[in-house]
Design a protein around this ligand. Sequence first.
Ligand code: F6R
Ligand code: MG
Ligand code: MG
Length: 365
Amino acid sequence: MKTTISVIKADVGSIAGHGLAHPALLKKCEEILGKAKEEELLIDYYVTNCGDDTELIMTHTQGEENEEIHEMAWTAFTEATAVAKELKLYGAGQDLLSDTFSGNIKGMGPGCAEMEFKERPSDPVVVFCCDKTEPGAFNLPLFKMFADPFTTAGLVIDPSLHNGFEFEVFDVMEHKKVKLSCPDEMYDLLALLGTINRYVIKRIRRRDDNEIAAAISTERLNLMAGSYVGKDDPVAIVRAQSGFPAAGEVVEPFAFPHLVGGWMRGSHNGPLMPVGQKNAYPVRFDGPPRVMALGFQIADGKLVGPADMFDDPAFDRSRAQASEIADYMRRHGPFEPHRLPADEMEYTTLPGVMEKLGNRFEDIE
Ligand code: F6R
Ligand code: MG
Ligand code: MG
C-alpha cells in the first residue's frame, strides 16, 4: 500500500485584519474532513493554521492530484468561507478565485504540496507552513538541508545519503521546469535558486533510488489572478531519517532567519522567523514572516503527532536575531532593499505616480 500526504492550504478569512485564522474556520474544516474520514476517503487529517492561512494536512491512498480529495478540500474552504462571511472576518474567501470546483484545486487559489510513498518501517515527516512570504522562501533552507554538508552531516558520513539529491525547479514565470542533481550540478542549481521570486524548488528526490524526499507548494496567487489577491504563503512536506536528512538536519537551516519577500502588503523583504504554533501569528507590520514545523510519524497512513518542532528554546536566539533584523530592515521605511523592487511589488502606486508626474520629467543635458 502506498500512502499519500496532501497538504492543501488557503486564506479564507482572519482576525484582526490579515492576522490569525479564526478557530471557527478550523472547526468547520475539521467537520468536513471528519466526515471524509468516516467515509474512508481520508485515513487521517490534522487541521491547523499559520497566521491567516488555514492548512489541511491529510493522508489517504488516492495518489497525488486526486479529484475527490481536491474537491473535498475545496468544499472545506468554501464552507469555511461561509462561516468567515457570517463573522465578517477579514479577507473572507480571499484565496478562492473561482465559484465552482473544476477537477483540480491547482490554479484555483489554494496552495498544494503532495507526495506518495511506500511507508518505511518508521516514517518521520515534517510539514512546514509559512505566512507572509512566497514559495521561494524555501529555496535556501531546502538547498541547505539536501545539498549543504555543513548543514547536513549525513551527506558526508551516511552512505545512504552520500550520492546526493535531485532538485526539480519550476520557473513560475515561464511555466517551465528543470531537474538538477547535487553535488555535481550545485553551481547551476544555485544560479537559479538565488532568484527566489522566479525559480522555486517543487520536489526533491534521492538519487540512489528516485525516492521522494520533499514536495513544496509553488502556486503564485498573484500571477494566477493577474492582479494582487494575497501573498502565496507556501507549505512544504519533508521526509526525515534513515536515508534522508535527520529531523534535526531538516530544521537546522531555519536557525538562520534569512531574508524573504513578503511581509507588509507582500511588498517587503524581512527575516523568516521560526516559531511554535502558538506564535504563528504575525502582528508587527503584519509580520515578520513566520514558519512553523510540525513533525509526524506516519503509521499505516495515520498521522501520529504533531510535535511542534520550533517550540524549542534552541531556536530562541534565531527568533531574537529575526527581531533585530526586523528592527534594522524597518528603519529603511519605503526604501529598497526593505521595500521590494518595483516590478515585484504587489501593491504599487508607481504607475499612478508616473502618470501624474509624466510631463514634469525633463531630459538631462
Ligand atoms: C501581506 C498581507 C497584509 C496585507 C495588508 C493590507 O501578505 O496579507 O500585509 O497586504 O494588511 O491589506 P488590505 O489591502 O486588505 O487592507
Ligand atoms: Mg489574509
Ligand atoms: Mg497568509
